[in-house]
Ligand binder design. Sequence first.
Ligand code: C5P
Length: 404
Amino acid sequence: MSPLVGKRILLVISGGIAAYKCLELIRSLRAAGASVRAVLTPAATQFVTPLSVAAITEDKVFSDLFSLTDESEMGHIRLSREADLVVVAPATADLLARMAAGMANDLALTALLATDKPILCAPAMNVRMWEHAATQANVVTLAGRGVRFVGPDVGDMACGEYGPGRMAEPDEILAAIAQHFACGQRLANRRALVTSGPTREPLDPVRFLSNRSSGRQGHAIAAALARFGARTQLVSGPTALPDPPAVQVVHVETAQQMLAACEQALPVDIAVCAAAVSDWRAAEPQPDKIKKEAGAAPEPLRLVENPDILATLSRAATRRPTLVIGFAAETSRLLDNAVEKRRRKGCDWILANDVSAATGTFGGETNEVHLISADGTELWPRMSKEAVAERLAFAIAEALEAHP
Ligand code: C5P
């Protein structure tokens, strides 16, 4: 049976030339068993008529925020909530910018801001608009909030240029939607714990030891596990990231607080330790700000070792998670060090990545990882941190399905 049977899709159509492809998308979604309700931006009505969309959805089409009839029949909040998934196709540069800014200046944007449902965007625009730093920053912001993307594809564009910017074909969008619903069940009834971000170890009330971890990979993993249906708790050190959707988040500062929060979260089926935990903390954090004495040499800083959260979870005598996964961020002898780390920490899998400065992995948008397990080593191609998270969620679902 298609995973789309009985699913309710809210399709937001914005004003791009690719809007005409929506008719085919709606037809395929309905043929697969989904119902589709459409919201058009005012610009979209220049590319596709509300009448043709209404005919194909066999439903009323919504487009006007200030229409008394629309609001009395179906308020914009209800419109956005009475869906299982919101699909934006085409998602123009303008629409993505307004979404990223949290604007609500037409019915489509109001529904997108009010929704508590997952959102999938199919961008479509001129290649230079897609590649513009502003659009890319908007995509990163939206992805950080859990918005998913399909495409854009590379190809000839209506404007005569060639490159990335073509909206994904209706078949591809349909496959992404089907995959979304298929995945949502795979880790249902499972519990997951993810650590993310750096820790901060105080030296005094104003200073701390920390590191450059952005938390992006860990947050993306928590979001992916939640999308796959796992009840997910994220224990996060200080980051600039928003809390991922549908994830319970505990904010901590120090390694000791992180360990305590992880132990509180047990029992879980899956534990992914993606946090860059400070190995050391000050032996005696000072209650008052340490003063610089004129002419005096600074006091040496005495450090003590922090608890190893990954090793503690891996070696727990009771309530050990079924699958414990750690990261090995290395700058040399990547695989040897990672294999050795897996053995030393006692975890099941290690995701090994090269974080030497030239790779731009730390704080960057992409990651190239090796998955090291008892079965050997698998190299994954360089991809976005969200894609690494998705692939890891797949691998986890597969492993747990094989050993229920
Ligand atoms: O030993 P190293 O820091 O390289 O190990 C990295 C892995 O161990 C990561 O998965 C990290 O989250 C975890 N770790 C931990 N607690 C520590 C140190 C590392 O959970 N104190």
